[in-house]
Design a protein around this ligand. Structure first.
Ligand code: BG6
Length: 467
């Protein structure tokens, strides 16, 4: 293009966090335990008990977000603060906390964007089988009802489930169950189906309530490249793209499981039990938009069929191998990497957005994207994070290119608004515009300090895009 289109005037420039990674206060004011509180996590890094203590700092933090110029702030609600799933009692203190967060957002002119479920299943449900137990689906609907009743007339953007595909394909990424055993593949795909049904019923419930806002799923979506021009690599790459991304979204958006995914499950005896009520539920619920978390692309080659196939997600080799006979991950010489080994590929975001829009033609909200690094607090109190600024600049440019291509992207909410605990790599892996002064092992005063990227993003938002 000779010239790029401008970002729309009402583009939602924002940033994201999740409850368990930011709030801390893990047992305060009636909050019950979630799987995150009980699962096993690496012992040498921070746990989630205090995190960034957003629970006690939310006012100060949202004021900083206003100074940053955020138009939108994405946070998740902890189910375990809202309902005691055992007694069905509602915890008024939990409801009041999120009401204060929402009030503070509006007071500061920030649009709250709410994730209903970000990895933190109530532990009581987990003990009863978690998503393998149909009661969990009913419990989720009860929870959804409570949220819509409390905040439905205020919140304009709802996200149902964060990264269902991570939960199912990389279950160990959010912790290991106490007995050290991850669910079997068959169990995981039964859980997957249950989550999809719960989500579809939530879409339907939301629309029946005639609320003024919009609701959508939030998937981790990643475009892929085939490693070579080999036709076998092309089939493997298509396998990967379907099984890792489209299969989740096809069910959520089209209301029907993807054909290749169904065949893949049947062939391995992993096909879930699906009732006719489930089939109907999937058909009846549909989203208004699609949210994606985008970090990296993958490069995929044909399986070697010898057990050496590796996963396309850095750090997860122990958790999920490539699928023998289906695909394996390959290196891509054309992309960079973060200090944590995650592929950096801004053009991959443009490609991901195009493919997503091609396939479903729904508006797109980018709910995560960011650069994890061990930032350093200098003696003079500054934090220089030029690599994060470069990463975000390049990704914002890619979004602008996608908008110029004609893709309907209506917001960008990088991960993370403020430093939070990483899913399994502790507090040293930071993503925020605002530094939280603590380490993995020392809480210090949890002071908030603006990074260089804070001042840079402030300018981006003020100008409605890059210079
Ligand atoms: C996404 C999750 O997968 O990636 C976030 O939704 C997570 O919860 C983010 O923090 C970055 O991953 P990590 O492992 O570096 O914290």
């Amino acid at each position: 293009y000779k010239q790029l289109d401008n970002f729309p005037a009402n583009f939602l420039w924002g940033a994201s966090i999740s409850a368990y990674q930011a709030e801390g206060a893990f047992d305060t004011d009636g909050k019950l335990l979630s799987i995150i509180d009980k699962y096993l996590h690496p012992e040498d890094v921070a746990n989630f008990d205090v995190a960034s203590d957003f629970y006690h700092h939310y006012k100060e933090d949202i004021q900083l977000f206003a100074e940053l110029g955020l138009k939108a702030f994405r946070f998740s609600i902890a189910w375990t603060r809202i309902i005691n799933v055992e007694t069905q009692e509602i915890n008024e203190k939990g409801l009041a906390f999120y009401q204060q967060v929402i009030d503070e957002c509006f007071k500061q002119g920030i649009e709250p964007i709410v994730t209903m479920y970000h990895f933190d299943l109530p532990y009581f449900l987990e003990k009863k089988g978690g998503w393998k137990n149909p009661e969990t689906c009913d419990a989720f609907l009860t929870y959804a009802n409570v949220l819509f009743e409390a905040y439905g007339d205020q919140v304009n953007y709802w996200l149902t489930i964060n990264e269902q595909n991570t939960m199912i394909l990389h279950p160990g990424a959010i912790g290991i169950p106490e007995n050290g055993e991850l669910p079997s593949k068959k169990e995981l795909f039964q859980m997957n189906h249950a989550v999809l049904v719960a989500q579809a019923k939530t879409f339907k419930l939301y629309h029946e309530l005639n609320l003024k806002g919009k609701i959508g799923p939030a998937i981790n979506l990643t475009a892929m490249y085939q490693a070579t021009a080999s036709p076998d690599d092309a089939i493997a790459a298509h396998n990967w793209e379907t099984l890792r991304g489209w299969s989740f979204l096809d069910a959520a958006v089209r209301g029907k499981h993807n054909y290749l995914f169904e065949k893949y499950l049947h062939d391995r005896q992993w096909y879930p039990t699906i009732t006719s009520e489930d089939t109907l539920a999937l058909q009846e619920g549909a989203p208004d938009f699609i949210a994606i978390n985008y970090y990296s692309t993958a490069t995929i080659a044909a399986s070697k069929n010898d057990g050496s196939d590796v996963s396309a997600r850095a750090g997860d080799q122990q958790i999920m191998l490539g699928e023998e006979g289906v695909y394996r991950a390959a290196e891509n010489p054309y992309v960079g990497k973060t200090p944590y080994g995650w592929v950096v590929d801004p053009t991959g975001l443009r490609l991901t957005l195009r493919k997503l829009y091609d396939r479903y033609n729904l508006p797109i909200l980018i709910t995560e994207n960011g650069y994890g690094a061990p930032d350093k607090l200098e003696e003079d109190g500054t934090i220089h994070d030029p690599e994060r600024i470069t990463y975000l600049t390049q990704h914002i440019q890619a979004i602008q290119e996608a908008i110029t291509d004609g893709v309907d992207v209506f917001g960008y909410l990088p991960w993370s608004a403020i430093d939070v605990v990483s899913t399994h790599q502790g507090f040293n892996k930071r993503y925020g515009f605002i530094y939280v002064d603590r380490t993995d092992h020392e809480l210090k005063e949890l002071k908030r300090i603006k990074k260089d990227s804070f001042y840079w993003y402030q300018q981006v938002i003020a100008r409605n895009g890059l210079e």
